[in-house]
Write a protein that binds this ligand. Structure first.
Ligand code: FES
Length: 344
């Protein structure tokens, strides 16, 4: 007998010590054809469950399209997640049940051997693999075969769908050139800056030196020409800080972009778009948590460390007649990763 030879339990030679296992007992499905049929139908049922879950997940994705609210986005994504999870679970349970109840029930003992085999051993492995496939009784159970093929084909669908879906919509790079800040309410000098998420406008007098605010355009998403709230917010979000005007470096042309030391910069990192939010009051440095790009807000948000390639775009601001902060225009250049504006 070669080192790699596999011997059946009943044929184990004397030199193998009997570990004291109970004599082999046949499964119900081995001795009762009706039990085998029942097990087969249970496996098929689990695979059908997987198929239904995948179809349900995809249907839920289309039934609850991303709308105006976070809840609508979550419903669609939850349906996809459930479809994917239940689909995989169905296949897993079916495989386990199939193996336990229907695959050939032969105990085997494999001799210890070196890890690397010779060519003959490898050829033997291929033979054994083929024997294992035959052992799984796939050919004899076409019902399971068909259900398994269907489940394996459909289960990844909830995962693939969002990837494909994101490639096909009307992708328009120019939409990233502009934000809701350029959209003024009629008759107003500019869009008011509002605290996120309360939508309360901010008076310049309420912004003390050293303070920082997470800011969006007031009544975001309400004006004509604006996309839905989350899209507009992702582009327009701003960090508003105040420092002593003597601490600021201001280049020619930007003298009136700030208001008594209050400055506003895009929060979308110019590296790959993470929200920059870690503001260090003493140094006036703003850190992006993703790859540690650091921007100096006292020096027009210039990059002083990290992979970002350009400064954060500045939002020129002023105040209206009631003392509320307003945006005088859109950002002075497109927000976000630098490759966007280079495409056109
Ligand atoms: S996204 Fe900000 S440093 Fe990479």
């Amino acid at each position: 007998m070669s080192e790699r030879e596999v011997v059946h339990h009943d044929e184990v030679p004397d030199r193998f010590e009997n570990p004291g296992l109970e004599p082999h007992r046949h499964r119900q499905s081995d001795v009762d054809p009706r039990a085998a049929k029942r097990a087969e139908l249970q496996v098929v049922g689990l695979l059908l469950l997987s198929i239904l879950a995948a179809i349900g997940g995809v249907a839920g994705y289309f039934l609850f399209p991303a709308g105006e609210t976070l809840g609508q986005i979550r419903l669609g994504n939850t349906a996809l997640g459930l479809g994917l999870g239940l689909g995989m679970l169905g296949i897993g349970l079916a495989a386990v049940h199939w193996a336990k109840a229907l695959m050939n029930d032969t105990e085997q003992i494999e001799m210890r051997h070196e890890l690397r085999g010779d060519d003959a051993a490898r050829a033997g492995a291929v033979d054994k693999l083929q024997a294992g496939i035959a052992d799984a009784n796939v050919a004899r159970r076409p019902l399971i075969k068909g259900a398994l093929a269907g489940a394996l084909a459909l289960a990844p669908l909830p995962f693939v769908l969002p990837l494909v879906g994101n490639l096909t919509p009307d992708w328009d790079i120019t939409r990233f050139r502009y934000t809701a800040w350029r959209n003024k309410p009629s008759g107003a000098a500019g869009r008011r800056l509002a605290i996120d998420p309360t939508n309360e406008p901010i008076r310049a007098a309420d912004v003390t030196i050293g303070s920082a605010f997470h800011v969006i355009p007031q009544d975001l998403g309400d004006l004509p020409g604006e996309d839905h709230f989350l899209n507009e917010k992702a582009k327009a979000v701003v960090l508003l800080v105040r420092m002593h005007p003597d601490e600021m470096k201001v280049s020619p042309g930007r003298e009136d972009w700030s208001y008594h030391g209050i400055v506003a910069y895009s929060k979308v990192c110019t590296h790959v778009g993470c929200p920059v939010a870690l503001y260090e009051q003493n140094t006036k440095h703003l850190l992006c948590p993703c790859h540690q790009s650091t921007f100096d807000l006292a020096d027009e948000a210039r990059v002083i460390f990290g992979p970002a390639d350009r400064a954060l775009p500045q939002l020129p601001i002023s105040v209206d007649e009631e003392g509320y902060l307003i945006a005088k225009s859109d950002f002075h250049e497109p927000v976000g990763p630098s490759f966007w504006e280079r495409l056109k």
